[in-house]
Design a protein around this ligand. Structure first.
Ligand SMILES: Cc1cc2nc3c(=O)[nH]c(=O)nc-3n(C[C@H](O)[C@H](O)[C@H](O)COP(=O)(O)OP(=O)(O)OC[C@H]3O[C@@H](n4cnc5c(N)ncnc54)[C@H](O)[C@@H]3O)c2cc1C
Length: 597
């Protein structure tokens, strides 16, 4: 094997973590850009998927067709059905007539895929630090990743032009809770509980905190397997609630709708996320709730109550003492707090997702963050950075606020992995160099430039990916100010245009050259050329295309759409600037030549 990963011969990309997100990326690299050199670092000894909660019989919350690749490439050798075939169970699986496999089987599928990329993964590699490295030109063009071999303790360094961070979440645990073998987070459930509570007949007192699927499954596990136990379920709401699985709400996990979500303004996104929250958070599957209720009813028939629900409550502190565990429980409505005594407490309180400030200590100063301190992530999942940081940091599962509730789940992995590898392949690792952000002092403000773009109506679109065959095409472009952080340019192209695939997912430059204002109309400044930099995305879904056109109207801007056979192109604006003054003569001459057919 070649010695890669040195500053002189860096990887094109290093994936941090090898959970489902980066396994999907490994597939996408092989299928879309096989010439890219990549490596994945994973701290576990092999591929594992939330194995602390692989309780027997628990099922996936999505269809097997939402595997790592099918929705992007049905002919891929890495689909769930290919896995069934390879395992000799395809006909039996079909016979089951089951859309949602068990989690155990899904993990087996993930491991089967991961095994086929074994030469690209360093297991037992715990990532400790990420540092930008300055090149001779003064740019921070490489990342150095420092990882520790968890078996030998050896520290290893790797270099790459791009990183794809997919390290998952960190268990959310209240500050005043001391973890141990009897006080644990759900992520440690199976490796700990059966070993700690070996007597299945004893009258254990268990407590479970949380109101999501994991809390429901753990409460059920205790009641079912410890026949004489009592379970205190401590939850923030009035009672457990069912997941909203209705197919209309579920459409939010479609690729096109996720795109739509991320192009909305922040207040709009917040409202949508809140109204769709019960499709994933703080809810338990309806059928599973029925099972749990039946179990408690059977207890009542036997004359005992074993499940005790403490609604509107939260755990404030917990720790073991000689006699068991003391759990501080506080009412949400300011009622009296109480102390529960139990033998075991499981916190099914979910996960926090953020870039670890220790790991990213040297990188954070270069990253753009929002008002809540989260990294600002572009639609192709790249973290926005200062001009100086020209190497690319991509994140998977760390942009729920801007990319929608599907961001931490499995449904969108086939599409997201494609977007990331397409961006990396097209940018060649120098996106920020190709598109330095507009400086605030670069000229007229965005409103003035927007008014000039409106007046132009059409612009010239130029692809700007280093090392690629350049594409230039002139087309009508409308500025939609209500979407994206800086607005979105929208245009329509003919579906048969051979240049279309070259523009999809790539960085583009739209150049507008407005004429002087007609006599009698106010001139919005000196004549100038306007450069708009952004990321292009094709809109192939006709309903979406029509919806976009309706929004940006007027209708005469989209004649091709009405004629059918057309495709929309939208460019989320990353920066725009005016170049002026231009001498009137050459500008006038150019404007004339542009009117030629
Ligand atoms: C119990 C449970 C069930 C779920 N079921 C579903 C479901 O049915 N459908 C669905 O859509 N979603 C489900 N989810 C959501 C879940 O987040 C996704 O399924 C998926 O795990 C996200 O994949 P990921 O690769 O982004 O993160 P993870 O799966 O969390 O993988 C992160 C990887 O990074 C590794 N890692 C972490 N830190 C380091 C480090 N410092 N160095 C090296 N490696 C590191 C970890 O070992 C891990 O392998 C479930 C979540 C849980 C907890």
């Amino acid at each position: 094997m070649r010695n890669l990963g040195t500053p002189d011969e860096p990887y094109d990309l290093i994936g941090l973590g090898f959970g489902p997100s980066n396994v999907a990326l490994a597939i996408a690299v092989q299928e879309i850009a096989p010439d890219r050199r990549c490596l994945f670092l994973e701290r576990s000894p092999d591929m594992r998927w939330h194995e602390g909660m692989l309780i027997d019989g628990t099922r996936m919350q999505i269809s097997f067709l939402k595997d790592l690749v099918s929705l992007r490439n049905l002919t891929s050798p890495f689909t769930f059905l290919q896995y069934e075939k390879a395992k000799g169970r395809l006909e039996k699986f079909v016979n089951l007539a089951e859309f949602r496999p068990t989690r155990l089987e899904f993990q087996d599928y993930l491991r089967w895929v991961a095994a086929q990329f074994a030469d690209l993964v360093r297991y037992h590699s715990a990532v400790r630090a990420v540092t930008p490295v300055r090149d001779d030109d003064g740019a921070l063009s490489l990342f150095r990743v420092t990882a520790t071999d968890t078996t030998t303790g050896e520290v290893v360094e790797y270099h790459a032009r791009n990183l794809v961070h997919a390290l998952g979440g960190v268990p959310r645990v209240p500050e005043a809770v001391t973890l141990g073998p009897t006080v644990l987070h759900s992520s440690a459930f199976l490796p700990t509980v059966p070993r700690t509570f070996t007597d299945h007949d004893r009258e254990w007192e268990f407590a479970v905190a949380g109101d999501g699927q994991s809390a429901g499954e753990i409460a059920h596990y205790f009641l079912d397997r410890y026949r004489n136990s009592r379970v205190h379920l401590i939850l923030p709401g009035y009672s457990l609630r069912a997941t909203d699985n209705n197919p209309f709400a579920n459409e939010q996990y479609f690729e096109a709708n996720a795109d739509d979500f991320s192009s909305r303004r922040e207040e709009n996104r917040r409202a949508w996320a809140a109204s769709l929250r019960n499709t994933n958070y703080g809810v338990v599957e309806e059928g599973f709730l029925d099972d749990l209720y039946r179990l408690t009813y059977a207890d009542e028939v036997r004359g005992r109550t074993r499940l005790q629900v403490h609604g509107d409550s939260k755990v404030t502190r917990a720790g073991a003492d000689g006699a068991g565990i003391r759990i501080g429980v506080e009412s949400r409505f300011g009622g009296e707090s109480q102390v529960l005594r139990a033998d075991g407490l499981v916190l099914a309180t979910g996960y926090r997702r953020r870039l670890d400030p220790t790991m990213y200590h040297d990188v954070l100063p270069y990253l753009e963050t929002d008002g809540d301190g989260r990294p600002v992530v572009s639609r192709d999942h790249r973290v926005r950075a200062t001009e100086e940081l020209t190497c690319g940091l991509y994140v998977q599962g760390f942009a729920e606020a801007t990319h929608g509730l599907g961001d931490t789940l499995l449904s969108l992995l086939p599409f997201r992995s494609k977007q990331i590898i397409t961006a990396i392949a097209k940018d060649g690792g120098s996106l920020a160099r190709a598109f330095p952000p507009a400086r605030p002092d670069a000229g007229p403000d965005a409103a003035t430039l927007g008014a000039l773009i409106d007046r132009c109506g059409s612009g010239t679109l130029v692809s700007a990916c280093p090392g690629e065959f350049p594409v230039a095409t002139r087309l009508p472009l409308v500025l939609d100010r209500h979407r994206g952080r800086n607005g979105v340019l929208f245009g329509v192209l003919d579906r048969t245009d051979p240049q279309l695939p070259l523009l999809d997912g790539g960085k583009v430059l739209a150049v507008f050259q407005p004429d002087a204002a007609p006599p009698g109309e106010p001139q919005a400044g000196d004549p100038m050329s306007i450069d708009v930099r952004g990321c292009a995305r094709l809109v192939t879904d006709r309903d979406r295309l029509v919806a976009h056109l309706a929004r940006v109207g007027p209708p005469d801007r989209g004649p091709a759409a009405r004629a059918g056979g057309s495709v929309g192109i939208e460019i989320e604006i990353e920066g725009l600037s005016g170049r002026f003054p231009l001498s009137p003569e050459p500008r006038a001459a150019r404007a004339e030549s542009e009117r030629q057919p």
